[in-house]
Design a protein. Sequence first.
Length: 256
Amino acid sequence: MKPYFVQFTLFAQKILTILIFTTALCFPVRTQENERLFVFEDDGFWGFTDVVGKVVVKPKFDLVEEFSEGLARAYICTGGIRPGWGFINRTGSVVIQPTFVNAADFSEGLAAVMNEQRKWGFIDQTGTYSISPQFSFFEADEKRFSEGLAAVKVNDKYGYIDKTGKFVIEPKFDDAEPFSEGLAEIKVGEKWGFINKNGGFVIKPQFGLTVGFAEGLARVNIGYVFGWNDEDPNYRKGKWGFVDRRGSVVIPARYD
């Protein structure tokens, strides 16, 4: 029989091994590929650092946005390159040339981009158009693919397309936001409500403002009226509350 302290040491090693193995299963190590990078600026140019501040991408771009699905938007107007938006990878290499007037982040494998004719389409991660430029929407960051559909604008009305560019919900709304938990915020006139993926109203437009569903609840504003600023006599701030997926009030609208 081994001495007691040896037995204890072996036992402790076994316990430590089990703990390390269990921890690895429950808390996967963040690799270099999925570790978040942070935007920073130096002398007018932009790059990325890791979580401890180490420079990962040298500051050489005129503007950058955060990474999404492995690529980041970068605006380049130096070095003899025609100004425009393109995409870089995590080493700072340009993988999609800066040929776009505007661009949004990648979402579900596609990114909205604007051409010189100010029409929007969607490209894949090789820079190839999956959906040709044909839409004219505002605030492209919000017009992204979510749950397989994207809100797009045609003839001043919003509808939803699938990844082939086919309309699944015809353009008939005054504004529209991405789907979340199977429902999407849409605007009719001055009021916001929610539709399902068939385009049917689940919660009729009745709110001044809305924020999409998360964990079964959506934030809604009652009483909001648009104004150009706080001093605009038409402006009304309204109050915020929460509703469930049926539109029933869960938390009354009484918060600023």
